[in-house]
Design a protein around this ligand. Structure first.
Ligand SMILES: [Zn+2]
Length: 395
């Protein structure tokens, strides 16, 4: 057992403690996999409150059994958000462990995409993004309690129900909890199969462009129509010029719809547009451009809704300092922990955005988030748990 006097009295464990700790987690790997499987097998699409509330209840029970005090934040549209507070030996500020239990998979996906173990990988909907991350929290908390006879410092766990759909019900709580915390560790998947943590994320937004044209019979009165579809096509050509990949700005009209029949000049057309920015200062400029779109056909009316939802998580001094601590911990077991900047947003964008040191991508290692082949690499789990436990002590 890696419990010793030094571990209990110091937050900076001695050099030779971490290999011992790795063995501790290796010995418990099967139990961790069992927990992850249990979480994956309760499906939890963001938009299905009853289903997602079921896993919320399961998680609340598991974290309560681990010694936490559970507070349920009721939500109307999405599942209730779950906060769990763990007391610590000292009165220092807590570390916030941030995760989400909603997934992008509709109810019933398990039938065609079962949770199964093959070649050292555990497959299943949401296994990587991010039910393994939630199980890692439990594992690290349990380990710290074993080693220290209780947690060395307070820990707050916040499990969000609507991260995959913009976090409208949870964002304010996430930010309020982050403000009270010394640091935020986000258990989103690691970047790539080498397990890099995420020290920068792009900002994310979405816009809906709606065009109202004038309908007409395509055969009898084509001249009287003002096609919303034609107007949309022209607008998309304009919008595509907002892309500036060199500076990290990307704009993608990912969904379009419009018109009713081939013999009717379309009265309405809509585009849903995903935008990404690299730095917060790009937000206003891009927003201005989107709102300044002017119709080519004066009889077509444009309206634009939406905006930047998550500002970028920028690699500021607080983020860099957390990464350095994580690297030091990893080095104890001869692990060169890498960092990555990624295009996707997470709730870490919110906490970093209000200036709280945040390290993201602390969760499982694998591939295929949101895809049919989503899986985690099981042999990576012990050192992820070790890293998380070490960061709870040292962040
Ligand atoms: Zn996620």
């Amino acid at each position: 057992m890696p419990t010793n006097k030094r571990a209990r009295t110091s937050t900076r464990p001695s050099e030779n403690l971490y290999p011992e700790r790795l063995k501790y987690f290796e010995a418990r790997q099967d139990a961790l996999v069992k927990t992850i499987r249990e979480f994956v097998e309760v499906e939890s699409p963001s938009d299905n409150k009853p289903a997602s509330d079921r896993i919320g209840a399961l998680l609340a029970a598991r974290f309560e059994a681990a010694g936490g005090r559970v507070a349920i934040h009721r939500a109307e549209e999405y599942a209730d958000n779950i906060q769990v507070d763990f007391p610590g030996h000292d009165g220092s500020k807590p570390v916030l462990l941030l995760g989400h239990f909603d997934t992008v998979y509709p109810l019933g996906t398990l039938a065609s995409m079962p949770c199964q173990l093959t070649d050292g990988r555990l497959h299943g909907p949401g296994v990587l993004d991010m039910k393994s991350g939630i199980a890692l929290m439990l594992s690290a908390i349990q380990a710290l309690k074993d080693w220290h006879k209780g947690l060395p410092r307070p820990v707050t766990v916040f499990l969000v129900s609507d991260e995959e759909v913009g976090s409208s019900s949870s964002r304010q709580i996430t930010e309020a909890l982050a403000r009270k915390s010394a640091a935020v560790l986000v258990l989103e998947p690691a970047a790539g199969t080498r397990g890099a943590v995420k020290t920068a994320r792009k900002g994310v937004g979405d816009y809906t462009l709606t065009i109202k044209g004038v309908a007409a019979h395509a055969g009898l009165d084509p001249g009287k129509g003002h096609s919303a579809i034609l107007e949309l096509a022209r607008q998309i050509a304009v919008i595509s010029k907002f892309n500036d990949l060199r500076h990290g700005i990307s704009v993608n009209p990912g969904v379009i719809r419009g018109g009713t029949r081939t013999n009717v000049v379309a009265a309405e057309a809509v585009a849903e547009i995903d935008v990404r920015i690299k730095s917060a200062k790009q937000a206003a400029g891009l927003d201005r451009k989107m709102r300044a779109l002017k119709s080519f056909d004066k009889r077509c009316k444009l309206s634009i809704e939406g905006g930047i939802n998550r500002l970028p998580m920028e690699r500021n001094a607080g983020v860099a300092a957390l990464y350095k601590k994580a690297q030091e911990i990893a080095r104890q077991i001869d692990w060169q922990l890498e960092e990555a900047a990624v295009g996707g947003g997470s709730d870490g964008n919110f906490t970093a955005g209000i200036g709280i040191p945040t390290l993201d991508g602390m969760g499982g290692v694998g591939e295929g988030a949101h895809a049919l082949h989503e899986h985690i690499i099981i042999s990576e789990l012990p050192r992820r748990a070790l890293l998380l436990a070490g960061m709870i002590e040292n962040a």
